[in-house]
Write a protein that binds this ligand. Structure first.
Ligand SMILES: [Zn+2]
Length: 194
């Protein structure tokens, strides 16, 4: 497993004390759900001054420069609509998201790695249809055997997800901290804690 693997999946990339701004597309939907589209306050303030965004909600904190002061934005909306990509990139992140961060053999969420269903030694390729999330013990157990040889079963047939599917899956993973001003713009599949 690569060294940067875990940090890539840290949910709250922008700590709350940095007063992140939720970034909405011009249609008032989040640019992305998972990870949630957040900017550090410095970037949000800069975008305001560049007229790239409008402010929808603010923190109580004020930042001052020599000539002006501005309340830190907590929700901003882009003035220009950004077209979402239709084709989903085949990345580790997206693959884990497709598999809901869950070993496709035993359901564990721990120590996730990737497994080639048809082993590479037997000609298996690295594709949406042949790679699944697998925990380290299952990966070890399966080794370079076929499913039948290893006596293992997949929880679902691996598939190429479309952007809509991944977006919906992303909504199942709300970050740990949600500023109250964001809630009007977010729709999580799981229930929010009060
Ligand atoms: Zn497993």
């Amino acid at each position: 497993m690569d060294g940067d693997f875990r940090t890539e999946f840290v949910r709250d990339k922008v700590p709350l004390r940095q007063m992140p701004a939720l970034v909405l597309n011009a249609d008032y939907r989040p640019l992305s759900y998972y990870p949630l589209s957040l900017w550090a306050w410095q970037d949000a303030v800069k975008a305001v001054f560049l007229d790239r965004v409008d402010i929808l909600a603010e923190y109580e904190q004020v930042v001052r420069s020599q000539h002006m002061e501005i309340r830190v934005p907590s929700v901003v909306v882009l003035r220009d609509y950004v077209k979402p990509r239709k084709r989903v990139a085949f990345t580790r992140f997206n693959l884990f998201l497709r598999d809901e961060f869950c070993c496709q053999y035993c359901g564990s969420h721990q120590d996730l790695t990737f497994d080639h269903v048809l082993p590479r030694k037997l000609g298996g390729i690295t594709s949406w249809e042949n790679v699944v999330a697998a925990c380290a013990p299952c990966n070890l157990k399966k080794g370079s055997k076929t499913l039948r040889e290893a006596g293992m079963k997949l929880r679902q047939q691996p598939f190429r997800p479309d952007a809509e599917k991944l977006r919906n899956l992303g909504r199942r993973f709300p970050p740990h901290h949600l500023h109250e001003s964001w809630l009007d713009y977010l729709y999580w599949d799981t229930e929010l804690e009060a």
